[in-house]
Each structure stands twice: as structure tokens, then as C-alpha cells.
Design a protein around this ligand. Structure first.
Ligand code: SF4
Ligand code: SF4
Length: 96
């Protein structure tokens, strides 16, 4: 199973930003479109010999989950996933 690393996680708002790092072409679009300016190029090269983005130190909390990085990425490398509400216990279905 492929493990896609989380760039950040917001436990309060229940979402996480993932980077499928070997898809990244290093175009920096995500860095340019992020309205809060929390992304930067890292010094890590991937299999495409591209420098992948990372979250600036101490800035993860400022991610709003707006998905502009996800929509702007031409390589489908970044995406925001919301955590599902886990309060389902399977016993809620009323069939009277
Ligand atoms: S989801 Fe929005 S705020 Fe968060 S890193 Fe992407 S563009 Fe920036
Ligand atoms: S927009 Fe996508 S391909 Fe471009 S640097 Fe960001 S993650 Fe990599």
C-alpha cells in the first residue's frame, strides 16, 4: 500500500493536506497560489528530480483548507482530505 505523506493536519477543523510527492513536477504553483503563503520549496528532490513543496516551519496552523493548492497543481500531487465524522455506530438507521 502506498503511504501518501501528510504535509499538515488541522485537528480542530478536521482536515489534512497530503502531498503525493513523486508526482510533483516542482512548478511552484502551489506556493504561488496559497493565499496564506505557508508553502515553500524544500531541498528534497523526488523521483522526477523536482524540488517538492513543504509547509514553512510553524505555519501549518494557518492553512485554511481552501484547496487552491490542490486545484492549481497541474500534476494532481496535492490534495485536502476532510476527516469523516466518526460518530456512526451503525445503529442509527430507523426503519419503522
Ligand atoms: S489549502 Fe489553501 S491555505 Fe492550505 S496550503 Fe493549500 S492553498 Fe494554502
Ligand atoms: S503545484 Fe503541484 S507540481 Fe507544482 S510544486 Fe506544487 S505540488 Fe509540485
Amino acid at each position: 500500500m502506498i503511504n501518501i505523506p501528510k504535509l499538515l493536519e488541522n485537528k480542530e477543523k478536521k482536515f489534512a493536506l497530503f502531498l503525493n510527492k513523486h508526482r510533483c513536477g516542482g512548478c511552484n504553483v502551489c506556493i504561488m497560489v496559497c493565499p496564506t503563503g505557508i508553502l515553500e520549496a524544500s531541498d528534497e528532490l523526488n523521483m522526477r528530480i523536482s524540488y517538492i513543496p513543504r509547509v514553512k516551519e510553524g505555519k501549518a496552523q494557518y492553512c485554511t483548507g481552501c484547496r487552491r493548492c490542490e486545484y492549481g497543481c497541474p500534476d494532481w500531487a496535492l490534495y485536502v482530505l476532510e476527516e469523516k465524522n466518526e460518530n456512526h455506530n451503525g445503529a442509527e438507521k430507523a426503519t419503522t
